[in-house]
Design a protein around this ligand. Structure first.
Ligand code: NAD
Ligand code: 0WE
Length: 257
């Protein structure tokens, strides 16, 4: 019996084939999960095209995480069509371009609001919508994606680092709130991967080189490896793990120098 057979999941954060959320979709679908793939407006065509490559056709729905109405509508459809949800993947993050290029002291009130709304608050909104659907299936597992910039300073990561710190704290508070209903909440802190969100970052290849040189495994991580770790946390293999941030970064974070 495949690990995810009879399980359904809703995934937020697929933009294209390089998206970490897409690697998680593939990892869980390959293990038997039935999926709902959501997209942010402009990525509809990409996500529909990708969805055709999965063995079992996913339900493809819009879900801009800044809209409570879109979140509620997506979970209502998932409930109608699939009779509940066993897991949710949150892979949405965004900061205004200027916030990732200006000195940190220039962070604007609006830039701070946007980064924290899209990248951190949205996990609370998704968890609130998912909880009743998970509860009727006896529990569930929620997973988000974070980055070491929440605890260490990386040049230009700026307000995204603050948003990831808030996201990781949100994981712990949600885990405490939802644990009594057998709903687990965890994060994977991934090493740098060249995705669309990374393509816009000046000097990203330097970051990849620094990680490769200093990580204990002397290499970078691949999206598929995040997919495998995600499948572990989302499946029953992780059923005693909640409120955790799992580092999947080839060991980079342990290095002193
Ligand atoms: P990506 O660009 O493929 O994914 C980011 C996603 O966020 C996109 O699908 C985009 O549509 C979505 N998004 C942004 N605003 C949204 C909104 N308002 N509503 C709904 N969706 C919205 O890049 P990725 O690297 O796969 O990023 C996925 C997650 O992984 C992010 O949380 C990112 O911070 C995290 N992460 C990335 C890396 C990396 O190096 N690529 C490392 C660690 C963590
Ligand atoms: O979380 C991220 C990046 C998220 C991101 C990327 C963009 C680029 C385009 C959020 N908002 C935007 N806004 C845009 O307009 N990562 C973990 C990848 C990343 O970004 C960095 C990194 C790493 C790693 C920025 C500086 C330093 C390291």
């Amino acid at each position: 019996m495949a690990e995810f057979s009879g399980k359904t999941g809703l995934i937020v954060g697929v933009a294209n084939k390089r998206s970490i959320a897409w690697a998680i979709a593939q990892a869980t679908a390959a293990r038997g999960a039935r999926l709902v793939l959501t997209y942010q407006g402009r990525f509809e065509d990409h996500v529909r095209e990708l969805s055709e490559g999965l063995a079992e056709r996913p339900l493809v729905l819009p879900c801009d995480v800044t809209s409570d109405a879109e979140i509620d509508a997506a979970f209502a459809r998932a409930d109608q069509e699939l009779g509940g949800v066993d897991f949710v993947v949150h892979g949405a993050a965004f900061a205004l371009r200027d916030e990732l290029t200006s000195p940190f002291t220039q962070t604007t009130r609006e830039g701070f609001r946007v980064a924290l709304d899209v990248s951190a608050y949205s996990l609370i909104a998704l968890a609130r919508a998912a909880a009743p659907l998970m509860e009727k299936r006896g529990g569930g597992s929620i997973l988000t994606l974070t980055y070491l910039g929440s605890e260490r300073v990386f040049p230009n990561y700026n307000v995204m680092g603050v948003a990831k710190a808030a996201l990781e704290a949100t994981v712990r508070y949600l885990a405490a709130d939802l644990g009594p209903r057998n709903i687990r909440v965890n994060a994977i802190s991934a090493g740098p991967i060249k995705t669309l969100a990374a393509a816009g970052i000046g000097g990203f290849s330097t970051i990849l080189n620094v990680y490769r040189d200093r990580a204990p495994l002397r290499r970078n991580v691949e999206a598929a490896e995040i997919g495998d770790a995600a499948a572990f946390l989302l499946s029953d293999a992780g059923k005693a793990i909640t409120g955790e941030v799992l580092m999947v970064d080839a060991g980079y974070h342990i290095a002193g120098m």
